[in-house]
Write a protein that binds this ligand. Sequence first.
Ligand code: PMP
Length: 301
Amino acid sequence: MANPAIANSPSLSTQAAPVCWLNGKLVAPEHASVSVFDHGLLYGDGVFEGIRFYNGTAFRLQAHLERLLLSARAIALDIPYAMEALKQAVLETIAAAPEQNGYLRMVVTRGPGPLGIDPSRCHSPQVFIIADRLQLVSERVRSEGAKVIIAATRRLGADGLDPRIKSLNYLNHILARMEATHAGADEAILLNSAGRIAEGSADNIFIVKKDELLTPPVIEGALDGITRQVVLELAENLGIKFRETPLAPYDLFTADECFLTGTGAELIPVGRADGRVIPQCPGPIYQRVSTAFKELVKREN
Ligand code: PMP
């Protein structure tokens, strides 16, 4: 991958082994395994979260766990741990992590069952958390901005799978990311079936036009990103005009500024979109929001 860390894709560190929590206890990574009959593996039947921790504290943990619990409810998956127990599991995992700053992957699978997609005979959902280092976004991308393409692969529409469900089905995002890599770009933007902008392969997208911050509404096919929510909160606090509105590729190509948001990526400026230069990169609104984001992380963690 040209830039593996543009979005929510932590690379497995070679320096320190990741830490794994599986179904109630910390286990050595080599013993952290689930069955080949797990429907999470067989059919992508499950949900997950990517959570960042700074100074040993998980950022916006409550919001992430709420999203996880709602995703699970939406697919009728009973997580065998309540909110408080999940919080404890996260604390335990972070405490065992090799560093104070890193990334958590929390996954709940449907669990093992007979072959066939019917989940009714899967009785043991598997819950695991991996804590690892996060490969940071390259200096080139931070200073020059990311190059994005518009992928031919479309985002599955809200009429197919509600984009608020953060499920283990990422194949069209993966195909879009492969397109970006083949094109020598850093990230791919997926359109919805109507040809409007949905989101990046693992991040949300914002543009700025005439000093107004714009992002597609979730119903257009965007994950209800935690970082996206934080950016909207910050825009409000900073007195920046903002609006959730459908966006066409035209709006991206003619934007004054563009940036991507995600747990792994944080805030990344975009410098080129399908070969068009985004004139302000990093732009003034990006800089204000990005500075406020860093201050917020310091305050909360
Ligand atoms: N969209 C997709 C498809 C994602 O996978 C992610 C990463 N979780 C995001 C957006 C950004 O969401 P968040 O800010 O919650 O990480």
